[in-house]
Write a protein that binds this ligand. Structure first.
Ligand code: 13P
Length: 251
């Protein structure tokens, strides 16, 4: 049985005071009833502060990216070891905003993924097609290429512990959501790719999140699908009540 996982990607929002307030708000709204895995992923600058607010609650901390080197002359970058010392357990990798605006490629996503796993962080690997790719019928091959490249050289036991987030680029921050059946079809194909790359056990174990305009109103329909194990939430993760409602929809 896969434990559902809902993660909030706070993106480039929240100064330190705001982040602390948001983390407290989420804890209050969840009211202790956390029967799925819940992760919040704030900006690097507030990781430690949010860690303190989460305290010994079941909520987990994640970062939004990392660099693959252990340390070195990489101005502006952050290593896996640095994230671990801030209390991170998870890290988002290969988000489409990183791919679009900051030149991340399938190759660097793979480097980051291997570095995260080597350090003991749990990766949330993002994949997804653009609107042009969907309209030209290329969704499945694009997602297959991204998943295959990301997991190159990753051993099966490590792959089984990863989370893959399917985030159609056209659904991110647009209010357009993939329908539950559109999303589930891609999730099923991601599981098929994992089966081909590894084996049935890995394909069954890997958790697949949907991301892209998930709201309290559409979360339950998405999460009810057999191959959707939770969500990666952007905008709605900045509102404690909305995020808590989405978490409850995954229970
Ligand atoms: P929205 O929920 O704001 O569409 O963002 C999704 C996302 O990019 C999460 O990583």
């Amino acid at each position: 049985m896969r434990v559902p996982i809902v993660a909030g990607n706070w993106k480039m929002h929240m100064t330190s005071g705001e982040a602390e307030q948001l983390a407290r708000g989420i804890l209050d709204s969840l009211d202790g009833t956390v029967r799925v895995e819940v992760v919040v992923c704030p900006a690097f600058t507030v990781l430690e502060r949010v860690r303190k607010v989460l305290g010994d609650s079941p909520l987990k901390l994640g970062a939004q990216n990392l660099h693959w080197a252990e340390e070195g002359a990489f101005t502006g970058e952050v290593s896996a070891g640095m994230l671990l010392t801030c209390g991170c357990e998870f890290v988002i990798l290969g988000h489409s905003e990183r791919r679009t605006w900051f030149g991340e490629s399938d190759t660097t996503v793979n480097q980051r993924l291997r570095a995260a796993l080597g350090a003991g962080l749990k990766p949330i690997v993002c994949v997804g097609e653009t609107i042009e790719e969907r309209q030209s019928g290329a969704t499945e091959p694009v997602v297959r290429r991204q998943v295959t490249a990301a997991f190159k050289g990753v051993p099966a036991p490590d792959a089984a512990g990863c989370v893959v987030a399917y985030e159609p680029v056209w659904a991110i921050g647009t209010g357009l959501t993939a329908t539950p059946s559109q999303a589930d079809a891609v999730h099923t194909s991601i599981r098929r790719v994992m089966r081909e790359l590894y084996n049935d056990n890995v394909a069954r174990a890997v958790r697949l999140q949907y991301g892209g305009s998930v709201k309290p109103e559409n979360a339950a329909d998405l999460f009810n699908r057999p191959d959707i194990d939770g969500g990666l939430i952007g905008g709605a993760s900045l509102e404690p009540d909305a995020f808590a409602a989405i978490v409850k929809a995954a229970v």
